[in-house]
Design a protein around this ligand. Structure first.
Ligand SMILES: [Zn+2]
Length: 48
């Protein structure tokens, strides 16, 4: 998301995607997340 939303507490990629979907739905009314956004976020969690 380009809103600055970050997921810090996800323990797995699956959990992260769940949190992200909820956020996208509630905050942006997006029912699906573009794959490039998902890729970016996956890269972010690997940094820890
Ligand atoms: Zn957002």
């Amino acid at each position: 998301m380009n809103c600055g939303f970050e997921v810090r507490n996800a323990s797995s990629e699956e959990e992260l995607l769940e949190i992200l979907k909820l956020h996208a739905d509630k905050a942006h009314k997006m029912t699906s997340i573009p794959s490039d956004v998902i890729e970016k976020i996956k890269q972010n969690i690997q940094k820890k």
